[in-house]
Design a protein around this ligand. Sequence first.
Ligand SMILES: [Zn+2]
Ligand SMILES: [Zn+2]
Length: 419
Amino acid sequence: MIDIEKLRAEFACCNCGMPHSFGIEAVEVGSGITSRTGEILKNNGFGSKLLVVADKNTIAAAEGVIEALESEGFVLSYRMHEDLRVAEMSEVCAIEGLLGDVDGVISVGTGSLHDVARLACARQNKRLCLFATAPSMDGFASYSAPITDGCFKITYPAKSPEVIIADTRILAKAPAYLKLAGFGDMVGKYVGLIDWQVSHLISGEYYCERVAALTREATDEIMALADRIMKEDEESAEAVFMGLLKTGIGMSLVKNSRPASGTEHILSHFWECKKLLEGKLSDFHGKKVGVATLMILKEYQRLASFEDVDIVDEVIDWAAVKNAYGELYSDVEKLNNPPISHEFDHFEIKKNWQKIREIVASVPSYDEVLCKMKLAGCATQADEIGVSDELVELGMAYHPHMRHRLSLMRLSYLIKEKV
Ligand SMILES: [Zn+2]
Ligand SMILES: [Zn+2]
């Protein structure tokens, strides 16, 4: 079990330069605690009028939650979905329109449902409770929310829920594909940690060692459970949930997604946006992130095998970038005006090359991660997530332009192996 107040106190005395805080006030995780939902919300200052945001799968999984709220006198209104797979800005606005007459929101389910609720509640200043039904991704404890507007995915500052409730009986019964998605989202942290440290080293971007250590610990813990992920086992479901919670809190502590997402998340977002343009839905977030992580780890190991590098002039073929992004190019253009490569001295890469190699070597290797993912039962190949070879190639070549953010991948455009 996580001690929120202890964690808060630990980070209050961090000397990294950023005052750390997070908005989560209470985390209640336990076997059969659904029946206490109403009592937990009352004890945590929720007013009596609540909007329930859910879909038909999550509300069915959370059996007993409505009764638990009603028996404590909560007056409920609903925003029910069939199956909300994309967190759309139009849905954020629709929820905002329903918030005038309620005191707070309970999101039954993590994922897109909760992402739209987090942004709507942040904008309208309403209290939010997450009732988790599956350990499938870590965005639930995060400060920011990835929202799609016209096929382009942008991360907005939002808020984390004040209260998180998870019944381990429900988490254990969650479908295996959702648990595997949670595992895939977690393996991505290894790339995220490389990118964050490399950017700190080269551009002086803010970095907190303690928050990075929190993510690393959570990721290692979950990797060790690889053989138990698919089982209907309350203990491992709780452990995965806790790992996701810790990395989510890590993002809240530094008010950005660095501790939990690197270039593998951007690659996955690139695929997602390209598929949306064709009117196609993508696979689950964590499932895609897991596959993207393997591709990036392989590429990072190849780069780290260079004993030394030379700096090359950056030549970006904007016509090719435009071609890769199609209708999304105008958003990409704004993010690259000027490109992030103008913000640091490129010779820092050469100067720090041995340190960069050490950073890459500090996380488990491609083979180790692949082995754990196979043991867990995760997808490991692009065809298992409906991504074509052509889309893989396009993504690997152009995804870093989708964010104004430094990664080892972005730096790879500025170097060549010294022979
Ligand atoms: Zn710190
Ligand atoms: Zn993620």
